[in-house]
Design a protein around this ligand. Structure first.
Ligand SMILES: NC(=O)c1ccc[n+]([C@@H]2O[C@H](COP(=O)([O-])OP(=O)(O)OC[C@H]3O[C@@H](n4cnc5c(N)ncnc54)[C@H](OP(=O)(O)O)[C@@H]3O)[C@@H](O)[C@H]2O)c1
Length: 205
């Protein structure tokens, strides 16, 4: 798949690397080409650097992993190129939220109304995206949103990144719950001091 990565920090960098290793073509999108700092990502196979708009233009799937308050500005830049594509929102409003919205998903839905958007890759720490395997087993990822095509794509990409499974968390009405789920991981890992080397996995009887 051709994947645009908008936000090449902890989350975008981890997923860009995993997906490049899995054989996907990666279009890193950055605000300012001359100030791009994550140059190590260009050592990954099939990876190239573009402006935000050009990365979206080239891709079939667009991952957004920036600060949530940038949702409106990102949406404006990629809007001409999102038709028929999947947008994956990996953002959480931990400290800041988009002005006028509760979270990034609501903002993206508002500014990109006809677009297939899902929320995924937000519910665990970036270290678990760099390496989702614990004791030989892939940990779980979760996806929410109304877009059936978007969920199928995100699930495939979760498996390609090394996750063991990607659970359907529900429709658009469950994206805020998925964000609260991410905050639960943050609470356990950071606030309760259990450490970031921990992950959620569903088990069944
Ligand atoms: N860290 C985690 O473990 C984790 C886990 C799950 C979800 N998340 C969520 O994922 C998102 C990214 O987190 P992160 O830890 O990857 O952040 P990060 O390492 O600080 O990277 C943020 C990226 O966003 C870009 N960016 C910032 N403001 C921007 C703007 N106004 N327009 C365009 N690009 C902008 C930065 O580009 P520059 O380099 O140009 O500043 C950078 O590439 C956040 O919403 C976070 O809540 C984080």
């Amino acid at each position: 798949m051709k994947i645009a990565i908008i936000g090449t920090g902890n989350v975008g960098g981890a997923l860009a690397t995993q997906w490049a290793k899995a054989g996907h073509q990666i279009f890193l999108g950055t605000r300012d080409l001359s100030k791009f700092e994550d140059k190590h990502l260009l050592e990954n196979p099939n990876t190239s650097l573009h402006t935000l708009a050009d990365s979206a233009k080239e891709a079939e799937v667009i991952l957004i992993a920036v600060v949530p308050q940038a949702s409106e500005s990102i949406a404006a830049q990629i809007k001409p190129y999102v038709s028929g594509k999947i947008v994956i929102d990996a953002m959480n409003s931990v400290r800041t939220r988009p002005e006028g919205f509760n979270n990034s998903f609501d903002a993206l839905k508002h500014f990109l109304p006809e677009t297939e958007i899902v929320k995924c890759f937000n519910s665990t720490g970036f270290e678990n995206m760099q390496n989702p395997v614990y004791k030989g087993e892939g940990i779980d990822m979760f996806v929410a949103g109304n877009s059936v095509k978007g969920k199928e794509t995100a699930k495939k990409l979760a498996l390609d990144a090394g996750f063991g499974a990607c659970w359907d968390f529900g429709g658009d009405d469950k994206t805020a719950l998925l964000e609260a789920f991410a905050l639960s991981w943050i609470n356990l890992a950071i606030m309760q001091g259990h450490g970031r080397d921990m992950a959620f996995k569903i088990i069944r009887r």
